[in-house]
Design a protein around this ligand. Sequence first.
Ligand code: MN
Length: 464
Amino acid sequence: MPDENRPVTGLRDWLRRLADTDRLSVARPGVPLTYRLAAIAKRLDGRRATVFPSPDGHPIPVISGLVSSRGWIAEAMGVTESDVLQRFEDAAASPLPWREVTDAPVQAEVHRDVDLTRQLPVPTHNEHDSGPYITAGLLIARNPRTGVQNVSINRCQISGPDRIGVLILPRHAHAFYQMAEEAGDALEVAVVVGVDPMTLLASQAIVPIDHDELEIAGALRGEPLETVKCVTNDVRVPADAEIVIEGRLLPQVREPEGPFGEFPQYYGPRDDRHVIEVDALTHRREPLFHTIVGGGLEHLWLGAIPREATLLAHLRRSFPGVVDVHLPVGGVCRYHLVVQLDKRQEGEAKNVIMGAFAGHYDIKQVVVVDGDVDIHDPDEVQWAIATRFQADRDLVVVPEAQGSKLDPSARHGVSAKMGLDATVPLAAEPFEFTRIRIPDEDTIDPESYVDADGLDWLRGRLDG
Ligand code: MN
C-alpha cells in the first residue's frame, strides 16, 4: 500500500494509484489526436485521469488529467488540503539540489534523426488552435553566464519535423535567451514531457531568477531529483522523465505561432515568436506522452497552487492576520483572489487589497473576507459580498494598471484593479452580524431519524 503521508515521486506510481482507486479511465485504442482526444480528456478532467492507447494508431499512448483538483494535488504531495500552500512555500524556501546520474531511463532510446510529426503523438486541442501543440512540456534552459537552470511550461507548436514555435513570456527563460542572443548564440534547451506530479507542480513556482525549479521539485519530493545531461547539449533533465526533446532556441529568428486556446478560455493570438530547432529526441522504453488540455482544469490548477503559496507568503510578510488565500476557478485561477483575514485594525482589509495587487500583475479582483467564510466555496464568498460589503465604503478601484495580456477585456495588458472589503466592521453591534445557525445542524445524522415504515403511514394518512 502506498504511504498516504509521503509525496508521490514517480509519474507511473501516481498513475498506478489513480488506476487502483477508480480515478483513471483507459479509452479504447485509436482515438483521433485531432480534437476527439482532448474532448474526452476535458469531459473527464477533475474526476478521472485518462489514458489513450494507440491514438490515431500511434505506438505511444497519451495521458491527461493527472493533477486536476486541489485534493489530488494535496494527495500527491502527501499532505492535507489545508497544508498544501505551506508545504509548497516551505519547499520553495528550502530547495534540495538535484543529483546527476549517467545512466537514465529517459535516454534508453535516442533519436538524432528527428521527425516530431511522426515520432510523437501530439494532439490538437481547441477548435481554432493552429495545429498540434506540446502543452505539458517543461522547458529547461541554463543561464549562459551562471549555468543555473530554469524550468517553465511553455506552449510548443509543432511547426515542422524538427521545428517548434514557442511562446516565451518576459520572465526567466526569456532573460537567458536574451543573454545568448546578444552574444549571437542560440540558447540550449530541453522540452521534457511526462514527469512526476511534484516536478510538474514545482515548474510553476514563482521564485526569483536563478532559483532552479528542479531543486524545489526535490524539496517537494523529499529526496533529490535525479538528473542526466542531455546527449546533444549541457542541459540537465529529470532522469526518470518519459520523453525529452533536445534543441536550441535560435537567435534572431521569429516565426508565426498560434492561435492557441489558453487558461482564460480565450485564444492567445497568432504572432511571430521564438523558434526551437530540435537536435535529438530521447525517451524511455515504451514511453507515455502527457498532454494538458488548454484551458482545462489541469491547466488551471497547476497554475493556481504555486501562485496561491507565493501570494500567501507575500501577504503574510506585511499582514500577519492573513489566514489563507484562494484563486478560484471562476477567476481562471489567476485573476480573482479571495483573502481570509483575521482583521485587527479597521481599514486593514484595504491595505491587504493593495498588497495583493502588488503581489502579481495578473491579480485583477481581490475580495477580503473574515475567518468564518469558507474561501474555497464560491457561494460563501458571494454571500459575504452580499451581506458585508457596501460599494460606496468598501470598494477600491485602481484604473489603468498593469494586468494580464491574455485578458481580452484589458487593453494590451492595461487593466483596472478592483478590491472588495467584505469584512464585518470591528465596531459592529453584538447581534448585527451573527450568522444564523440551528443547534447541532452540522453534527446530527438526519438519516438516523428516518422511519422505515413512515411512507406506509403517510399513504394511509393521505388516503384517509
Ligand atoms: Mn524561474
